[in-house]
Every structure is written in structure tokens, then in C-alpha cells.
Design a protein around this ligand. Structure first.
Ligand SMILES: [Zn+2]
Ligand SMILES: [Zn+2]
Length: 340
């Protein structure tokens, strides 16, 4: 079958690889839509030869193992790639993404492929049947939206809180939409003005001025001089941490929803946290219950995500999709392996 494989120098190859075997107790899925995620781009150049990236998957079940009953061949399904055990110290404490099983489970060989093997555990815990009126590409947004739903839950946002979202890639846009849905007043900041305009038009967010001088003034006047109750970093967490600490109010929260490149250190004034009683916390990845909420929000159209699909490309044109993301031309690019 065809798949996109990565090499350690960061190159990608549209190549022929062996199709996965039918997993015991699970199913084979013919991939019809798979997103390119920011986390895939971070792994470029850090993956062993032959790695197949991609984890935001939707497709059609083609074959099921004996005894597996939840789905049948022909069913359209979207699935996430990691499953927590539900019982360890991390899972019981609500840190499902830190669970050892969560980190060790995956789709085989990875989503940027024509066919993947999906375990029964995945299909029972983190997969959803796609309704007739939902496109596969839209269904593939369940995984990234699930991460954002978990972020909102962990933020314990209250209606009326003033939230600043910094960085409007697809997840920044989803966070803006979800914070609005939770009743917060959402302010957005991105170096691309068009993205702030779209966050305003699509999700009712309020753009902040991009120039530093205008920014602190606007933040003060938007918050009665206090600063934002919460600031969430959805891009470039290193360089923007100081900015977030400037914008957050005393006693407020700074939420890391993005990291830095491996090995990169960040300088910031610890007193901006300590003396001002600011809480710094993070959300990494999703959990089964948040994926279920995300899927429902898409299915019931309470959160409109389809605008965030900027491009659909055949698997062979993955590099064109990555360029569009890096240049800021695209929010989400969805690869459609069946497409030519
Ligand atoms: Zn992702
Ligand atoms: Zn666990």
C-alpha cells in the first residue's frame, strides 16, 4: 500500500510499504481523511527512518477480527491514537495523557497511510461512528478538538471570565470557539491579522492589537486594568510566555497548550509568577471522555470546525500541505488517501 514515511533528516517519502495485518480483536481501516497536526511537524527530523506520522484519522472499516463486534465492515469511523488504562495513578488523577499505556499505544503504522490496523481497545474506547451527514474530513477533527475540550475542562473556566488566546492555528481557533461556548469573553492574538478577523467572524472572539504598545493598552482597557483571568498559549510557548505573564492578571492562570522545540530553554521572570500568585499549568493531548464530548460538539454543530479545513490533498502531496501550514496559508490540512 502507499504511505508517507519520514526519514531522520526530516524528509518525507510517498512510498510503497507492506499493508498492516488484521490485528487480533481489532480491525483494518481504509483511511479516507487524516489531518496534518502541528505535533507531526515537530516530529519531522526526530523520527527513525520509516516512521509513518499522522494521528487524526477517519476512514472505513474494511475487515474485522473474529469476535470484534462494535463496528462492521463498511462502517465509517473516526479514531484517536492513544488509549489510557483508566486505572493507574495518572489516570485516576486526571492525567490520562501521562499514562504509560497511553504513551505506548498507537495506530499501526500511523495515519498517513492507505490502510491502518486499529486495535479493539482503540475501537471500543476512542472511536466513533460517523453519521451520514458528517464528512470524514470533518470527523477527523475529533482528535484535535478532543485535546482542546480537555484543555477547557482543565482550565475550570467560568462564564464571563476574560480569556486571551495567543496563537491562532487550528487549535487556537478551536480553543477560542470552545471558551466562547463555555460563556467566556475571548480575546485573540496572532501575527496574522486575517486569523484574528476570522476568529471574530466565526467564533465571536475579540481581536487584540498585534503591536506591543497597543497591546498592553488594549489588554488593560478590556479588563478594567486588571489583566486577563486566563491566558492560553496555543503557539510558540517559549517566546510568548513573557507576553502571557504580562497579560494575565494577579491571581490568574497561564495555560500552556504548546511546547518548545526539543532542548530549547525559555527565559522568564519567575517573580512574575511568584509575587503575583499566577498559576502556570498545561494540557497535553486528550482523553476518551473529552473525545466523546468533542465528537458530540461536532455532530450537533455546536462547534463549527469545517471552516478550519483549509486544504484537502492526496497523500502524495503531503509536503505541499506542510508548506501551507508553515507559511500561515492554511489552518488544518487534511490528507485524503483515496483522492488523486
Ligand atoms: Zn494532533
Ligand atoms: Zn493509566
Amino acid at each position: 500500500m502507499k504511505a508517507v514515511t519520514a526519514d531522520p533528516s526530516g524528509g518525507l517519502h510517498y512510498s510503497e510499504i507492506p499493508a498492516p495485518a488484521l490485528p487480533e480483536g481489532g480491525a483494518l481501516l481504509r483511511v479516507t481523511a487524516v489531518g496534518i497536526c502541528g505535533s507531526d511537524l515537530v516530529k519531522l527530523g526526530h523520527s527513525p527512518a520509516g516512521t509513518v506520522l499522522g494521528h487524526e484519522v477517519a476512514g472505513v472499516i474494511t475487515e474485522t477480527a473474529p469476535g470484534f463486534t462494535r463496528f462492521s465492515p463498511g462502517d465509517r469511523v473516526t479514531t484517536a491514537h492513544h488509549i489510557p488504562c483508566g486505572q493507574c495513578v495518572y489516570c485516576s488523577g486526571g492525567n490520562e495523557s501521562q499514562c504509560r499505556q497511553f504513551r505506548e499505544t498507537n495506530l499501526v503504522p500511523g495515519g498517513w497511510a492507505e490502510t491502518i490496523a486499529v486495535s479493539g481497545a482503540h475501537l471500543n474506547a476512542v472511536a466513533f461512528a460517523i453519521p451520514d451527514d458528517m464528512e470524514d474530513a470533518v470527523a477527523s477533527l475529533t482528535e484535535p478538538l478532543g485535546c482542546c475540550v480537555r484543555a477547557i475542562r482543565r482550565s475550570e473556566v467560568k462564564p464571563g471570565e476574560k480569556i486571551a488566546v495567543i496563537g491562532l492555528g487550528p487549535v487556537g481557533m478551536m480553543l477560542a470557539a470552545l471558551y466562547r461556548h463555555a460563556g467566556a469573553e475571548v480575546f485573540v492574538l496572532d501575527r496574522i491579522a486575517k486569523r484574528m478577523e476570522e476568529a471574530a467572524a466565526w467564533y465571536g472572539a475579540l481581536p487584540l492589537p498585534a503591536e506591543p504598545s497597543g497591546l498592553s493598552e488594549a489588554a488593560r482597557s478590556a479588563t478594567g486594568g486588571f489583566g486577563f483571568d486566563q491566558v492560553v498559549l496555543a503557539a510558540g510557548a517559549g517566546p510568548t510566555l513573557t507576553l502571557a505573564l504580562d497579560l494575565v492578571r494577579r491571581g490568574g492562570k497561564v495555560h500552556l497548550f504548546s511546547g518548545t522545540p526539543e532542548g530549547e530553554l525559555t527565559r522568564f521572570d519567575l517573580n512574575a509568577i511568584y509575587k503575583r500568585e499566577v498559576t502556570l499549568f498545561s494540557t497535553y493531548s486528550s482523553s476518551p471522555r473529552d473525545l466523546a464530548v468533542a465528537f458530540d460538539l461536532i455532530a450537533t454543530r455546536k462547534i463549527a470546525c469545517e471552516n478550519l479545513i483549509s486544504k484537502r490533498l492526496p497523500l502524495s502531496r503531503v509536503e505541499e500541505g506542510i508548506r501551507a501550514i508553515r507559511s500561515g496559508d492554511a489552518y488544518k490540512v487534511v490528507l485524503e488517501p483515496g483522492r488523486s
